[in-house]
Design a protein around this ligand. Structure first.
Ligand code: FAD
Length: 372
């Protein structure tokens, strides 16, 4: 088989890349090791939070602005994908996240409002903020139905001519005289460009390419029965003295999902959450969330982290026809639409990826076995 571009991994990043490339008229082959939307992919579980006032780096804000426009356009075409319900952020006023969000919103002219206790009680009545917290409200934040967004991207890509194969992994990538060759258990696929977007499998098998140091970790979420105080919402709460903040969201369907951002055990273990893992979330729920009953299910997800917790987006340091979209460090879904769009622009010669310079893979040393 031959195409202009072959993409390994049909999760958030790969599906969005397939969509934008196929719509631009390029021939695209998407390979997915399992079935798209499988239970271990990065979109599993459904909702993903979208925010713009990122505190870490201004580059995130530029990417989030692009992503917002692209999600809105996808939502207008397919429906039911993106709801800008607003987001609440809670923490001590000197907390780096709170200070950073305020600085980022000032620098980028993003609407972020400090809520009085009365206003907070009105907009998120079930949240009982830790004593002395500052409560911020970002109206353009919201929730994405990640599985539905991925499916929409793939449907749009197929309609534009992309060929997507399930149960077909890329197992080796080599650079040959007449292009890039991706080896699969069923034969070779040839292309001018390869996009690697294998999620937490990045670096698990070498594919014949070097990679930067990456670490995987478990991310536990619980779905709690909720009373009528809980409408559609997104929130993040950093109690003083707790290293990693808690987050949650709801579709307003009588369930609230609660998890802890980062701090999960290393590895790709599939075992159900144990008492300690559940206990951390339960303790937070008891202390700060009102109107929640028992959890009806627990989910184990995984995320893959770079040393600086920022993604790898751009060309592979030693293979300029291989583009990387990985290492999203537990907070990448919101950018998937913009990642796909930027990679598509780069392949078409329409962009120099300078908007993504903070995420250049070259900032790390690549070697043959660099994944934990
Ligand atoms: C519990 C949890 C909560 C999160 N919450 C948020 C949030 O609120 N907001 C946010 O922005 N982000 C969030 N994230 C992060 C976000 O979900 C991920 O960064 C994002 O989904 C990663 O997308 P991806 O395309 O890189 O990986 P995936 O969606 O996992 O896709 C990778 C795909 O590649 C396939 N694959 C692997 N190897 C190969 C191969 N060799 N050949 C072919 N196919 C291959 C896999 O089967 C998989 O389907 C969260 C993550 C978790 C786990």
């Amino acid at each position: 088989m031959r195409a202009d571009v072959v993409i390994l991994g049909m999760g958030g990043m790969g599906s969005a890349s397939t969509f934008h490339l196929a719509r631009a008229g390029l021939s695209v082959i998407g390979l997915e090791r399992y079935a798209p939307g499988h239970a271990r992919c990065g979109s599993a579980g459904g909702l993903r939070g979208f925010r713009m006032a990122y505190f870490q780096d201004p580059a995130y804000v530029a990417l989030a602005k692009q992503a917002e426009a692209l999600w809105r356009s996808l939502d207008a075409e397919f429906g039911g994908l993106f709801s800008q319900c607003g987001g609440t952020l809670v923490g001590p006023s000197q907390h780096p996240v709170i200070e950073g969000v305020q600085a980022s919103s000032a620098a980028h002219d993003l609407a972020v409002e400090r809520l009085s206790p009365q206003a907070q009680a009105q907009c998120l009545p079930g949240l009982n903020p830790p004593f002395g917290s500052c409560v911020l409200w970002e109206p353009r934040a919201g929730v994405l139905d990640a599985l539905a967004c991925d499916a929409a991207h793939r449907e749009g890509a197929r309609a534009a001519g992309a060929r997507i194969f399930s149960g077909l992994p890329g197992v080796h990538v080599s650079e040959e005289e007449d292009g890039m060759c991706v080896h699969t258990p069923k034969g070779q696929v040839w292309a001018q460009w390869v996009i690697l977007s294998p999620g937490v499998w990045f670096g698990q098998e070498s594919l014949g390419l070097s990679c930067p140091p990456l670490q995987t970790s478990r991310q536990i979420q619980g779905d709690f029965v909720a009373d009528s105080r809980w409408e559609e919402c997104l929130w993040n709460c950093a109690p003083a003295g707790v290293r990693h903040s808690f987050y949650g969201h709801s579709r307003g369907d009588g369930l609230v999902t609660v998890g802890q951002h980062l701090g999960g055990r290393p590895g790709l273990g599939q075992e159900p959450p144990d008492l300690e893992e559940k206990g951390r979330i339960r303790d937070f729920v008891r202390a700060h969330l009102e109107g929640l009953g028992s959890p009806i299910r627990w989910r184990v997800g995984h995320s893959i982290h770079t040393p600086d917790q920022a993604p790898l987006i751009g060309t592979h340091p030693t293979h300029e026809r291989v583009l990387l979209a990985g290492g999203f460090s537990g907070h990448g879904y919101k950018f998937a639409s913009a990642v796909g769009w930027n990679l598509s622009q780069w392949i078409q010669g329409e962009s120099d990826l300078s908007a993504l310079s903070s995420f250049r893979p070259q900032r790390f040393t690549f070697d043959a076995r660099a994944c934990a």
